[in-house]
Ligand binder design. Structure first.
Ligand code: MN
Length: 198
């Protein structure tokens, strides 16, 4: 059998390292099963098509329907899980911190607006912090597999608001689930993403 193009990347932390914010059980299901399924579907859909040799971001920008959904979900989950660390700086610093303070008033206010946007997103989706190429920040609500990549923006941070992301650990308490994620966001990773903008 041919080796699949996309494989589930190994996480940069132990599967129990984010507990109790994200439990080992949630990582096993959410990353090990949900994300694996999106990747498996993506591999099946692109095999033998014009998409087979494209970069994943280009597949996302040029597809729709089931291919877009599986490609974007595959990308979004890797982006999401690689934004966390059990031992990361708890607040952004440097250029990103200055931009957050000046565009959202304060870091605390940014966190409040970001979680509010996630709580108010009806149904399944993702809340995003993104930047335009000039460094202007924005909070975006995207339903289902939505991504700022299709808006020509640079994704910086996302919280998954699909129920599968939090139901095992927080049941229906989406606001609490999102608020707890601030304890594990790796702001060094987010800052590096922002440093690709002007
Ligand atoms: Mn998810």
């Amino acid at each position: 059998m041919k080796t699949p193009k996309y494989l589930l990347p190994k996480l940069p932390y132990a599967i129990d390292a984010l507990a109790p914010v994200i439990s080992q059980e949630t990582i096993n299901y959410h990353y090990g099963k949900h994300e694996q399924t999106y990747i498996d579907n993506l591999n099946k859909m692109i095999e033998g098509t014009e998409y087979a040799d494209m970069e994943l971001e280009d597949i996302i920008r040029s597809s729709e329907g089931p291919l877009f959904n599986n490609a974007s979900q595959a990308w979004n989950h890797i982006f999401y899980f690689f934004s966390f660390s059990p031992e990361a700086p708890k607040e952004p610093e440097g250029r990103l911190r200055e931009a957050i303070d000046s565009q959202f008033g304060s870091f605390d206010n940014f966190k409040k607006e970001f979680v509010d946007a996630g709580v108010k997103l009806f149904g399944s989706g993702w809340v995003w912090l993104a930047s335009d190429v000039d460094g202007k920040l924005m909070i975006l609500q995207k339903s289902n597999a939505g991504t700022p990549l299709t808006d020509g923006l640079v994704p910086l941070l996302t919280f998954d608001v699909w129920e599968h992301a939090y139901y095992l650990d927080y049941q229906n308490r989406r606001a609490e689930a999102l608020d707890k994620l601030w304890d594990i966001v790796d702001w060094d990773v987010v800052s590096e993403r922002y440093d690709t903008t002007d």
